[in-house]
Write a protein that binds this ligand. Structure first.
Ligand SMILES: [Mn+2]
Length: 344
């Protein structure tokens, strides 16, 4: 049973492919705090465009995570936003490619740099309130943005290389929680299999992505676990990253990857939450759903968003007040869902 690009996205795949192939110099970007799918998409698109003889540069709104640098074929392609070089490259570019988000606020300061460029969006998030314009390939049915990137590269028959295959694989791996979440589709496994056939080594990739956490991550986790709380009546479990530990240990944003899966994994949990105070004194919330509660809708009530089962938002402090507000909205969402199920 071979994989084929689903018919409903075939037209958009071709439009985006044409826009990409017409570019001589493209700026690639992704959402704040790039994850495996954002960085994997950038890695694959950059190598593919370079393989076609175009220039491709990666300019992200926040620092490119050190733990994902191995994905990029040539680290010189990564240019810090706000630098003189970034400005020059944006001026010379003829296209901006936004990956793994389609919303203006999610690309932060990069929005200003690419304002005058034609834009292509490749994304699998549900459309939000502030969409980026231009040519787009958006499909929430895709398990990861790299699934869409795969379709574009297939529609062009390559050229392939190891970095393209690895970037696509890592997007699928990380966005499905290592092929566990319900966005793990036959398509996702077929494409992953194809990438292994193209030379990706699952164990090597696993070790680089998950098997080499800095000690500080677990030191932080042990402090955070002391805050773990569970409300059995509503199936809500939450945890807070202690601010002093965060600072003392020199924690980086990507050290927090996966920590929200702990409250989510407690028996009886419908919604898992992680709270963290940011440098600017706001409170960042990660939402994870195990059941029918749509945490994209829930996060939207706090001007955030994401996916049905994984989303985020940032609200004003102080943290105790933020936790109170978010918990009460979460309990209400669970109660509403339980009621709908009783009636249904
Ligand atoms: Mn993604």
């Amino acid at each position: 049973m071979g994989y084929r690009t689903p018919a409903h996205r075939a037209v958009a795949v071709k439009q985006v492919r044409s826009a990409l192939l017409a570019s001589r110099s493209a700026i690639l970007t992704t959402h704040l705090n790039a994850d495996g799918d954002g960085a994997g998409s950038e890695a694959a698109v950059a190598s593919w465009l370079r393989g076609n003889g175009s220039e491709a540069w990666i300019i992200n709104p926040t620092a490119f995570p050190d733990s994902l640098r191995f994905l990029i074929e040539d680290e010189d392609w990564i240019v810090p936003a706000g630098s003189r070089r970034a400005r020059d490259l944006c001026e010379q570019a003829d296209l901006a490619v936004v990956l793994d988000t389609g919303e203006v606020p999610r690309i932060g300061r990069v929005q200003e740099s690419i304002r005058d460029l034609p834009t292509v969006v490749i994304d699998h998030h549900p459309r939000g309130d502030n969409p980026i314009g231009g040519t787009s390939l958006r499909d929430p049915q895709a398990s990861a943005t790299t699934e869409l990137v795969h379709d574009i590269i297939c529609a062009s028959r390559g050229p392939w290389n190891d970095y393209i295959a690895q970037g696509i694989y890592v997007g699928l791996l990380t966005d499905t929680g290592s092929f566990r979440f319900d966005n793990t589709t036959p398509a996702c496994h077929s494409i992953a299999a194809e990438m292994v056939g193209r030379g990706v080594q699952p164990e090597t990739v696993y070790t680089r992505v998950y098997g080499s956490a800095p000690l500080r991550k677990y030191q932080l986790l042990s402090r955070a676990l002391e805050t773990l709380e569970h409300d059995p009546d509503f199936g809500v479990t939450w945890m807070t990253i202690p601010k002093d530990a965060y600072e003392e240990l020199g924690i980086l944003a990507d050290d927090l990857d996966g920590i929200v899966d702990i409250p989510r994994s407690i028996t009886g949990t419908q919604v898992g939450l992680l709270f963290r105070l940011t440098k600017s004194g706001e409170v960042k919330i990660s939402f994870r759903s195990n059941g029918p509660v749509d945490v994209n809708l829930l996060a939207k009530r706090f001007q955030g968003g994401g996916h049905v089962k994984a989303s985020g938002a940032v609200v004003a402090g102080p943290i105790d007040r933020a936790i109170e507000r978010v918990l009460s909205a979460t309990r209400a969402a669970v109660a509403q869902m339980d009621k709908a199920r009783e009636l249904g």
